[in-house]
Every structure is written in structure tokens, then in C-alpha cells.
Design a protein around this ligand. Sequence first.
Ligand code: IMP
Length: 427
Amino acid sequence: MPSIVVIGSQWGDEGKGRYVDFLAAKADTVVRYQGGDNAGHTIKSGDMKFALHLVPSGALYDGKKCIIGNGVVVNPKSLLNELKELRKSGLKIDQLYISDRAHVLMPYHITFDSLSENSSDKNKIGTTQKGIGPCYTDMANRCGIRFCDFIDTEVFKELVEKNVEKKNKELKCIYNVEPLDAKAIYDEYIEYAKELAPYVCDTGAMLGNEYAEGKKILFEGAQGTFLDIMLGTYPYVTSSHPTAGGVAIGSGIGPRCIDYALGVAKVYSSRVGKGPFPTEQNNETGDKIREKGHEYGVTTGRPRRCGWLDTVILRYAARVSSLNSLALTHMDTLGDFEKVYMCVAYEYEGKILKDFPASLKVLEKCKPVYEEFEGWNGNIGNIRKFEDLPVNAQKYINAIEKYSGVPVALIGVGQDREQCIVREQLF
Ligand code: IMP
């Protein structure tokens, strides 16, 4: 299996980090292909805990190539801080490459994101306020700044001046706030450009060669299927493509180079920010899941909304990304419940829906149809074989396979690297 993509099957925060880390141990190259520092992967290794935002998870192992692909929006300041922190913790990170086509997330992107989120506008998204949407907007508007231009002093200066002039007009007109100082921005950011220049190259060409040589490539998805700008719960989505299709456009090699798609899913559901969430439990059950599962954002610290597992969304995730298998997380978290519920369809105006609807108005009226399961003992952290799991846990996993239509390859039974049941060897 020369290449594998790890994709969030829900609304992000599925625990992709642990599987990316698990697979990164065997990979030659680890690639981020979308999103930016809105992502937060927590990886526990021995006594150490690492929170990665922009740096690919291969950084935790020596000798792996770590690629930030062209589909990523890179805040240079936060990337440099992250590198500093990781190196302080003892990581070398000596094979980092940034695509010359990746876009630079500029300070005005953050300004616009937070002004929009903190305005009185009722249509807020609940973003991470990291400037992600405004940066992708500039990309689509053809006024973004790519790394090849960022590291070219002259071109960068021209682009900053032109963009800041335009942004200042918008700032005055829409928000009536003080203008930004193009020179101050340029002076600060040109220093970051100098520091990052050695990492910048044509990563698409590099990946093409690696694939042709049979190297093992791991594509690391951030966020999740239902946050995909086109396939998610629009408009309550991020601005990139976390789904498998995002790999090709975000890394510079074609779809035939994706050999295997692994969907990561929590055995319950969670989401941060606003937007539809049919199985949400805004009650004691949700609170219990949040506390047991430590459901607080890695990037923003926000409490996550929690609820029961929804297999309607897993079926959708399986289709849009051609998932080969699922990797489950948090089987231990769900352990202590007397009864556990799984949504297997929606009821809408007396009809049964098995496919996830596009309309938010329809979604609001959808009532989950639940199947009830007996709980199991949460003390399963030492189990390494499926057959050794409590029978009720096995029944629950079998039902996930039945309703999602995808086999379960990996099962997380605790937070540590080794707390995993492996039913299929990947890589
Ligand atoms: P943005 O990506 O900051 O624009 O936020 C858009 C939506 O995506 C908001 O609902 C965020 O909470 C959500 N989001 C962005 N990144 C993540 C993530 O890494 N995990 C979970 N949700 C995220």
C-alpha cells in the first residue's frame, strides 16, 4: 500500500492524530494537504504530549519527510512558533518542506475572521478565528500570496501594498475600524519569509517522484468530512476540502496516487462551533461524554458539543471519500454507559431518510432513529484482540460496520500509542 489518506469521518476531532502517528511510524513521508493552524492534533507518546497544528505528524519520528502541501494555508508566525516549541521538546524536524504554491495566511486574514465572528451578524459560523476562511477567500479571489512570492522580497512587497490598500477600504467601509499599516506588516513578515525560505520547494514534484519510487506516503487530513466546504453542513463548515478529493488538489499528485482511504470516527459524535448536529445530546448524557472524553478543543479550548454516534453520516463519509475502512476511537470513553444509542436513519415528516440531506431546514426537522445497545465495561485499555472485547462492545462495533457499510480496521481502547486493536495491517 504505497499511499494512505487518513480522513475525519465526522466534524473533526475524531482522534485522527493517534492513527496518523501510528501510521507515520511506518511511512516515509507525511503530508498535510488542506486547512491550516485551525487544526490541532494531540499525540501522546510516553510521558510526552504534543499538540501539532501545522507541522505534519511525521515530525515525531526522525528521518521522515514532512510536507506542507499546496492546499494548506500557512500562518508563518505560528509555524515558526510551533517549530520552536517542538524543537524545545527534543524533536529534530530536519526534513520539513513547504509547497511553493501554498498560500500565506496574513495578519489581515485574522483581523477579518475575528471582526466577522465578533460582529452583531447573526450568521456567525463559530470559526477558530485563525483567519482560515479569509485566506481561502483571497485564494479564490486571486489576490492571495503564495510561498513562491512570499520569499521573493520584491514581489512580496508589491503584493502586501496592493492587498493592504484594498483591505483598508473594506475595513473602513464594512467595519469602520482603523487602517492596517502595510510597511509594519511587510517588515515583520519579511523576517518570517527569510526564516522559512530554506523549507520552500516544489513539493508536488517531490511527491510525484516519491510515489513513482514506491515510497510510503501518508496524507494527513485535518478537520472532517462534514466540515468540507462543498460536501459538509454548509455554511457551517471550514473553507477547505478535508475529504479524499482534497488530497489531489492539495498535494499536487493525482487521485490515482491515493491507494487507501482510512476514515477515523469516534464511537460517539462531537462538533465545535455552530451548525446542525442531529444526534446532539444537550443534556446530562452529552455532559458525561464531554467529561469522560475530555472533549475540549486543542486549538481554542472550547467545550465540544457531544452526542450519540450517527451512522447516516458515516455512510456519507464512506461514499464521498471511498473509504476502505474505519478506525474507531474512544471505545473506552463510551464504556461506562448502561445503554448506548446509535442513529441508523433519520425520520423526516413521517418518512425514513437513509441519506444525509443538504438542506439545513430539513436537517433541523430530522429526528434520529436510534438502535439501543447494552453498555460495556470501560476498562478495556489492555485489550489487543477484538475477540477479547466485552461481547456488548463487539456487538456495537459489528453494528457500526453493518450500518456504515465499511469494515473496522483499527479500534482505539485508550489514549496511548499502543492502546489499539489492529484487525488489518496497513502499510
Ligand atoms: P474555521 O476553519 O476556523 O474557519 O472554522 C469553521 C468551522 O470549522 C467552525 O465550526 C470550527 O469550529 C470548525 N473547525 C475548524 N477546525 C477544526 C478542527 O480542527 N476540529 C474541529 N472543528 C474545526
